[in-house]
Design a protein around this ligand. Sequence first.
Ligand SMILES: Nc1ncnc2c1ncn2[C@@H]1O[C@H](COP(=O)(O)OP(=O)(O)OP(=O)(O)O)[C@@H](O)[C@H]1O
Ligand SMILES: O=P(O)(O)OC[C@H]1O[C@H](OP(=O)(O)OP(=O)(O)O)[C@H](O)[C@@H]1O
Ligand SMILES: [Mg+2]
Length: 401
Amino acid sequence: MILYQTLLQRFPPCTPIPSLCTFSIHSSSSPSPSCPSSYNPVKRVTFSCSLPSPSLAVERRVTERNEIRFGLPSKGRMASDTLDLLKDCQLSVRQVNPRQYVADIPQLANLEVWFQRPKDIVRKLLSGDLDLGIVGFDTVSEYGQGSEDLIIVHDALEYGHCRLSLAIPKYGIFENINSLTELANMPQWTDEKPLRVATGFTYLGPKFMKDSGLKHVIFSTADGALEAAPAMGIADAILDLVSSGTTLRENNLKEIEGGVVVQSQAVLVASRKSLIQREGVLDTTHEILERLEAHLRASYQFTVVANMRGNSAEEVAERVLSQASLSGLQGPTISPVFCKRNGKVTVDYYAIVICVPKKELYRSVQQLRAIGGSGVLISPLTYIFDEEPPRWRQLLSNLGL
Ligand SMILES: Nc1ncnc2c1ncn2[C@@H]1O[C@H](COP(=O)(O)OP(=O)(O)OP(=O)(O)O)[C@@H](O)[C@H]1O
Ligand SMILES: O=P(O)(O)OC[C@H]1O[C@H](OP(=O)(O)OP(=O)(O)O)[C@H](O)[C@@H]1O
Ligand SMILES: [Mg+2]
């Protein structure tokens, strides 16, 4: 038991246990009901004195468990929007209580949800302790550091929009500086007195400055409220996330032309190794992607039903298709509207059903009216399942499948 505890301390449950000489550990303890089976300490482990190469360690991790692990933000502004999105896709997360970090999605078999801080989701995808995750693209870029093992499966989940942007004071020596080039060309920055930038993005920040050709730059880091740094005299500029721009404005700071490092929103990201090697990950990713696409596509559209007088379905179709905004997904559905006149069933009207982009709604209604449409009914759409989504084909080709 002492040996077991020592091992657990050295190699917590998610750590790969290096292999060379083999021995077994037996324990009578059973897994806690709230703990997934992969946390069951009763398992055969292997141990060695020398650590294996990192790639070997990752290989082992990928094969160590059977469950698929999906990392979701445990806190912060992404957390509730992520759960809402999954719910809208009929993938509700079942969490026993908010302090429990493991949950499941009853619709997806053999899948564990792990609530983690966004940056830890990326780190754990890289270490092989998670297979899939939802985080902001900024976090993937910062903590993924361009790793080829991270694959963006869906790049636009339509929430958490922000940009990582360089900002400088509106006042003092920066008053007339409005672009990155102007900032770089300021005579003030020298080897002895470089531009001081405060940022939490310690990978993307220096990379961006180097790529932009800014030579005399020095970085400092802080975890939050970076906008205070210039006024406190700690930094000349900041590199931080901007959404509405209110925080910058309230702190007398401004963005500059050419200063945006990355545009970000929530994305679905996966480990390439897991997609290729772990059984079920690709199928589960396919299902999640299809549901996300179906929901997101539908959220941009309305269903429009209207009646139109006409002599035949074809003639009505001609009129509808003459209008650019009325072509629908694959073209209009047109059905006869039957009514009884003088004891005889006749067709004077046709019902047309089309999907129109929400942005085009009013224009579409005007066009319908112009070609004789009446009784226009608009309803929201819940899902659009079309052919295989392009993002799925892109993923397969990215994986070489
Ligand atoms: N002002 C914002 N508007 C919209 N999205 C944002 C904004 N700030 C951050 N985000 C997005 O939300 C993600 C999480 O940000 P959040 O502020 O919740 O966490 P954090 O500050 O990085 O976390 P921590 O508390 O661990 O430092 C960011 O990585 C980004 O993608
Ligand atoms: O452009 P805005 O809409 O004003 O948003 C930008 C602010 O939002 C984020 O901070 P957050 O609220 O997450 O606080 P934090 O500094 O504690 O991370 C970011 O770091 C900015 O400070
Ligand atoms: Mg924040």
